[in-house]
Design a protein around this ligand. Structure first.
Ligand code: FAD
Length: 302
């Protein structure tokens, strides 16, 4: 059996595995796709100490760093069930079962997509999901935010300070964001909000050049010319496979404390799949390190 088994091979999982292995304990990492969301990222400018890098390049460095240690890397393996008997038993989709004394859950998250024509085609060419990451790329340009919940309105406020103009498109008849955020966004001169707006297409040639939406009240089709679209309709944690084995909150995030401990002794959570407030590469790596050190603490006490 493993001392520490890490489920998920994004920045959180890679960091957790390295921190665990450096304690000289038997460490394994299971990942459906080593690298996680970072593989889908073109330009990274907020990984502190590196001015600019690209996702696949950062993943290659992560992989190399993990290989410096005796870590069993089981890539292209999907976990589908977790049980705790005398040890944790992790069942893989291929039927295999891995046993471990402690567990770190770092299966990340995925952005909900609007699923309209142009979204897939212009990903990283104007279609973005993370204002902290990609906001500065649109300095002085016109952008849209799809979604009028808290994350959409936070994004609009954030972007309004960087870009020329922000158009917010909300499908429902009113914004769902907290009142204070609504008041703030309404006070900004360079933000226009359309409710009852159903996005139907993201247009472009090489890059995004506009967005089309239908006014659900009048039925009229409108087109706005712009250079960027931020999709902000939710981030879904990849935790369905946990079922009831570990406590998750209303939106499915693994609930952790400041030691990254979950509801089950010996199981820790790290990164975007947990209920931490901000989802970033550097935060996930710190979270993975914290989880691994807590797992080591647990092991020497049990
Ligand atoms: P993830 O990166 O999501 O990794 C999860 C891992 O778990 C993957 O290996 C996945 O395959 C695996 N997994 C999932 N389910 C299972 C399962 N059932 N069994 C086994 N393995 C499983 N952040 C920044 O700081 N700067 C940026 O510039 C930036 N740009 C971004 C651009 C895009 C397009 C996206 C999508 C995100 C961006 N982010 C950026 C956010 C950043 O990528 C995430 O915060 C970070 O990757 C989270 O790390 P993680 O390890 O928690 O999860």
């Amino acid at each position: 059996p493993y001392d520490v088994l890490v489920v998920g091979g994004g920045p959180a999982g890679a960091s957790a595995a390295i921190y665990a292995a450096r304690k000289g304990i038997r460490t394994g990492i299971v990942a459906e796709r080593f690298g996680g969301q970072v593989l889908d990222t073109m330009s990274i400018e907020n990984f502190i100490s590196v001015s600019r890098t690209e996702g696949p390049k950062l993943v290659a460095s992560l992989e190399e760093h993990v290989k410096d240690y005796e870590i069993d890397v089981m890539n292209l393996q999907r976990a589908q069930k977790l049980e705790k008997k005398d040890m944790f038993e992790l069942e893989l989709e291929n039927g295999g079962v891995l046993k471990s004394k402690s567990l770190i859950i770092s299966t990340g998250a995925r952005w909900r997509q609007v699923n309209v024509p142009g979204e897939e085609e212009f990903k990283n060419k104007g279609v973005a999901y993370c204002p902290h990451c990609d906001g500065p790329l649109f300095e002085g340009k016109d952008v849209a935010v799809i979604g009028g919940g808290n994350s959409g309105i936070e994004a609009a406020i954030d972007l309004a300070g960087i870009v020329k103009h922000v158009t917010v498109l909300e499908f429902a008849s009113e914004l769902k964001a907290d009142q204070v955020l609504q008041e703030r966004v309404n006070s900004l001169p360079n933000v226009t909000i359309h409710t009852n707006a159903q996005t139907t297409e993201i247009t472009g040639d090489e890059n995004v050049n506009g967005i089309t939406y239908i006014d659900r009240e009048s039925g009229a089709e409108n087109h706005v010319e712009l250079q960027g679209v931020f999709v902000q309709i939710g981030l879904l944690p990849n935790t369905e496979w946990l079922g009831n084995a570990i406590e998750r909150n209303q939106i499915g995030e693994v609930v952790i404390d400041k030691h990254n401990a979950t509801s089950v002794p010996g199981a820790f959570g790290a990164g975007d799949c947990t209920d931490g407030p901000h989802n970033q590469i550097i935060i996930s790596m710190g979270s993975g390190a914290n989880a691994a050190l807590s797992a080591f603490d647990y092991l020497i006490r049990n």
